[in-house]
Design a protein around this ligand. Structure first.
Ligand code: PGA
Length: 263
């Protein structure tokens, strides 16, 4: 079973329209060279339509960092899935720990948002992960498995290509404190095992699970080399296009290395 690797940039609350244009223009030719890797850029709303327009005929998926699950109505400050599709957005982040922790998004809201995105055919990248206290207290798997279960219970027999998961331990995000490749594999391998139990062999074998948390060009290869890790969701090291391109190239090498060794 070969899963197509994915390298995703999460710009968070960074970049003007002009900066986004320059970045996207520099990224597109490199992404075109990166055969076999899905590239996504989660941009802030103000420059998202521009990224989507520039990336329209490319393999770069323009992504939104947030949205609401209703299609329209009295929801001041929100944007809906049809609005995002209207400007050419192809993927959405759901349940990022900053949305959960800073903006109080609940498991229930994350599940509803994921369901709406899947129904609309807009690829959700669903983030899960534990705090430092939870990990130190031995509660990593309880937290992560609970987050995965709530999302899967909201869905109606999705295919493995309908969504992507990202394991992002909160203590590793933006801290420079990356999980070891073994920790990443351990959590992601357990997630795949749970997904098998919840949604069957085919789903578990085909759904992609990314790692996120202080990924950079210097550590991406060993993380990507882990059996169950299918790519990365990258914040800080995605802000400079040269660094993000290096990450995409590393994902491409991991993918072709995987093929050579016959898996
Ligand atoms: P980081 O962020 O790469 O800066 O740790 C990852 C994320 O929040 O998705």
């Amino acid at each position: 079973m070969t899963r197509r690797p994915m390298m995703a940039a999460n710009w968070k609350m960074n970049k003007t329209v002009r900066e986004a244009q320059d970045y996207t223009a520099a990224l597109l030719p490199h992404a075109a060279d990166a055969d076999g890797v899905d590239v996504a850029v989660f941009a802030p709303l103000t420059c998202l339509s521009e990224v989507a327009r520039m990336a329209e005929d490319s393999q770069v998926l323009a992504g939104a960092q947030n949205f609401y699950y209703e299609d329209s109505g009295a929801f001041t400050g929100e944007v809906s899935i049809p609005m995002l599709q209207d400007i050419g957005v192809r993927t959405v982040l759901v349940g990022h720990s900053e949305r959960r922790e800073v903006f109080g998004e609940s498991d229930d809201l994350v599940a509803r948002k994921t369901k709406r995105a899947v129904e609309a055919g807009l690829l959700p990248v669903v983030c899960v992960g534990e705090t430092k206290e939870e990990r130190d207290g031995g509660g990593m798997w309880e937290k992560v498995s609970g987050q995965v279960r709530v999302v899967m219970e909201s869905l109606d027999g999705p295919g493995g290509d309908a969504l992507v998961f990202a394991y992002e331990p909160i203590w590793a995000i933006g801290t420079g404190d990356t999980a070891t490749p073994e920790d990443a594999q351990d959590a992601i391998g357990q997630m795949r095992g749970l997904l098998k139990e919840l949604a069957g062999d085919d789903f578990a074998a085909s759904v992609r699970i990314l790692y996120g948390g202080s990924v950079k060009p210097g550590n991406v290869a060993e993380i990507m080399a882990q059996e169950d890790v299918d790519g990365a969701l990258v914040g800080g090291a995605s802000l400079e296009v040269e660094s993000f391109v290096a990450l995409i190239e590393a994902a491409g090498e991991a993918a072709s290395g995987g093929e050579e060794s016959g898996d």
